[in-house]
Design a binder for this molecule. Sequence first.
Ligand code: AMP
Length: 557
Amino acid sequence: MRGLMQDYPLTLPYVFDRFERLFGGKKLVWNTVSERKRTTVAEWTDRARRIGGVLDALGVPADGRVGTFAWNTADHLALYWAAPCTGRILHTLNIRLFPEQLTFVVNHAEDDVVFVDKSLLPLFWKLAASPTGETTNKPGDTFTTVRHVVVMDDGAPGELPDDPRIHLLDELLADAPPVRFAAEDENAAASMCYTSGTTGNPKGVVYSHRSIYLHSLGVLNAAAGIGMMERDRVLPVVPMFHANCWGWGHAPLFAGTELVLPGPQMAPAAIATMLEEERVTMTAGVPTIWMGMLPELDGRDLSALRAILCGGSAVPKALSEAYREKLGQPILHAWGMTETSPLGSINGTISAYDGLGEEEAADVRARQGIPPVGVDARIVEPGTLEELPWDDKATGELQVRGPWIAADYYRVEHSEESFTADGWLRTGDVGAIDPYGNIRLSDRTKDLVKSGGEWISSVELENHLMAHPAVAEAAVIGVPHPRWQERPLAAVVLKDDQSATKEELLEFLAPRVAKWWLPDDVVFIDEVPKTSVGKFSKKDLRTRFADYQLPDVSTGS
Ligand code: AMP
């Protein structure tokens, strides 16, 4: 027997209409280069509909890719909705990609139009293409499909290049009527985002209306996490171009929250000021952001904050504890990937852990968390489909499946390197799961250090090192060793006013890890290289230390 319920499509226009109708009087706040701006939801939804009109006027076809090269602003948020709600596909471009990668993703996705913040135009325009792809000897004739570049005013000064492809959004809006939003096919593509691509070319992940709808409900509900509610005021520090903005471009409209957007003002002090002045209740960003903000917390009233979400890389326990000391609440750790929309797990405190001592509770908080309803997780013996037990000991590759997990990459041949034969996503992350379903990642497959056939977790070594009072950042990589194949090398950044020697750091590590895990050497560097989304770039570090000679290799100790 079939169920007898209505066939109501899980598409974004229905959510947008409801948000407009119910919450028109609420506020939306964002920063330009120099000032704080405010609008009402009613004004913003009207503007989003008129941006839909602009897409029509520019002749962007159904299915046309609408690129964005922008900060977290009200207009960028409007595009999150205007593109898919008029049958187009939003394609967020990472403003920190190298030129070759940016060119690759724009051409691979076949972006028809790109909306660019004015302060970012010089960066983008250096690469702007001729519309037909022919060489015109302009700097960087690289984008082969982009017909229009629409500039969004973010308060940056300066003239625009004189080129027929360039338009000002505000001028286009003057003639654009608000359009009705409609999309009936829940499986149609709504937006796309390329992975940051640690190896090879970036790969395109294509989200559907349905996947975004269900993922947003997952973010609202965030079982074992914190959820998102109507009375929240949320500030995504995570860029709108990183991994679907962790769902924070969509979920707030599902919940009816107020949104506070930092725009181009991404310095720690500016973000801390915005959190304080706008009485933000929830915020989210990668560990680098919260590390940078730590010195900014003193003397501020951040009492409205109820959740500081952090993911993208492992959250060092010391960082979470520092927030607990200063703000009275630890960082809320979550795990995900561009491929998982990205919510894959979240670490709220479930009742099973009640009664733990402070130290043990901090250890639990450093775990990646429990998958919400809608995400199935398993750990698997590498190279097999054999599921390992959830005993927190057995370690294997983390694999996930669910309605908001990628089944394929855009225009890349399906491969068992990325997806298992039985349809799970291979995350490339390695870890264990405890009996409550709480994940503890020990590394990326590619970042594990393999010493004499045994694995050493670089993440665990880093976490311990970053708990040393003199250490600001620490990254551990494997370097070649004649006897053990690889041995760990720790690259350490000291805090400005602190000092520590290699011997002191190794002594600090000694009681915390197995003896054979101790790094063979410690090098002091000015900064750990970061990826385009602010994570430690082990790839760059490995290149830098490719020829590194460990001390005492002759003894193999
Ligand atoms: P991206 O698609 O750029 O967001 O990268 C996804 C990858 O980031 C994951 O496969 C993990 O390796 C890493 N990652 C994300 N969140 C966490 C976390 N909480 N702890 C450890 N690694 C993480």
